[in-house]
Design a protein around this ligand. Structure first.
Ligand SMILES: Nc1ncnc2c1ncn2[C@@H]1O[C@H](COP(=O)(O)OP(=O)(O)OP(=O)(O)O)[C@@H](O)[C@H]1O
Ligand SMILES: [Mg+2]
Length: 350
């Protein structure tokens, strides 16, 4: 999704220059414990069960646990070896999982003193992931809005945010989106002055009174129309996707629409509500049993919701597909909401 040169000098475009490799999906969400890993593992399992060749990658180097959700014992060779430059070939890190079509790159045995890859190593990682022999590569992101997490989110074909219906998760989702948005803008802008302006805007109490991305756009328009055009174009192709996890009520289900609406009004960006997953004790049990719920009990309500989202992902073009399309001459219509689905038993319509 990023289309310009990173300040550190190596172009992220390199990660996309490989002829149509696997589709890269990043699952993040800012807040810890909202179900990113659970959703990643289950979407990966659902895609694999649908016959897609899937690689799932734990990029949460400081809190790796994706392998546990998939029933893989602590692997010896992991992404940490790639980060530490002990291994260059990602293919050698692929581990079979109990599910057909699903392979894992785990992240155990990291160096906690220096867990994150350098910028250059991260670019190499992303380039390597694009070259894997798979239909889908899913990245399980860590919590927070660290630069590395933002970059995985931004360079993926689909950046998916998992949000839970509670104020803390919603707050962290906006923080994450804001950070991702400004990071992307800083990379997209060419002129030093405009980049500086984006940096100023990142401070919420900045002296120029820039409160929102739309304020920032107005400032840029006043100084540089070419950059303003780039800004609008970058805004147009930044299309995060949303999943609301652990919903218990019909009100919770609506959260996805509320977040999308705030994003449109405040950021001027379109997000897409992919769907929701109900809260279910079976989900917790499946984690204890170290098996994706879609595999353990494919008929459970929670599995039906997850499989529906996986199907939707297969049907939808990558969010960045719109990058290549001609710029619309009008504001694009909001993405239609997911078809109203019957709520699972236990979810009231109150
Ligand atoms: N839909 C759900 N219903 C019930 N429990 C759930 C659901 N989704 C997740 N959980 C529970 O929440 C726990 C935490 O989820 P998970 O580890 O996926 O969160 P995370 O966002 O990846 O956390 P971290 O930020 O620490 O990586 C899971 O182990 C599972 O027990
Ligand atoms: Mg996790």
């Amino acid at each position: 999704m990023i289309s310009s040169t990173h300040p550190a000098g190596d172009s992220y475009d390199a990660t996309r220059s490989v002829a149509r490799g696997p589709r890269l999906l990043a699952v993040g969400g800012g807040k810890g414990g909202v179900g990113k890993t659970f959703v990643t593992a289950n979407l990966a399992a659902a895609l694999a069960r649908a016959g897609k060749r899937v690689v799932v990658v734990d990029v949460d180097l400081e809190g790796a646990n994706l392998h546990t959700c998939l029933g893989v014992a602590s692997p010896q060779k992991t992404l940490a070896d790639f980060v530490a430059e002990r291994e260059d070939d990602l293919g050698k890190l692929l581990i079979d999982t109990p599910l057909a079509n699903l392979k894992l790159i785990a992240a155990t045995h990291g160096n906690l003193a220096d867990a994150q890859p350098s910028h250059l190593r991260r670019v190499r990682l992303l380039r390597g992931l694009r070259q894997l022999d798979a239909d889908f590569v899913l990245l399980d992101l860590g919590a927070g809005a660290h630069a590395s997490v933002l970059d995985y989110f931004l360079v993926s074909d689909d950046g998916i945010l998992v949000v839970q219906p509670e104020p803390t998760s919603v707050e962290n989702t906006y923080t994450f989106l804001r950070a991702a948005f400004y990071r992307r803008m800083r990379l997209a802008m060419v002129g030093h002055g405009v980049r500086q302006l984006v940096t100023v805007a990142m401070d919420q109490r900045n002296e120029r009174g820039i409160k929102s991305p739309l304020d920032l756009l107005r400032e840029i328009e006043a100084t540089d129309t070419a950059e303003a055009h780039r800004f609008v174009e970058t805004m147009r192709v930044f299309r995060p996707r949303l999943i609301v996890n652990a919903v218990r009520t019909a009100e919770d289900v609506k959260l996805g629409f509320a977040v999308a609406s705030v994003c449109r009004k405040y950021f001027g960006i379109e997000t897409e509500y992919l769907g929701y997953v109900n809260y279910d004790d079976e989900a917790r049990r499946s984690v204890s049993m170290r098996r994706p719920i879609v595999d353990l009990r494919s008929d459970a309500d929670v599995s039906i919701y997850l499989q529906r989202i996986a199907r939707k992902l297969m049907e939808l073009s990558p969010a960045q597909a719109s990058v290549q399309g001609p710029a619309p001459t009008h504001t694009p219509a909001p993405t239609p909401p997911p078809a109203p689905a019957p709520l699972a038993p236990g979810i009231s319509r109150g």
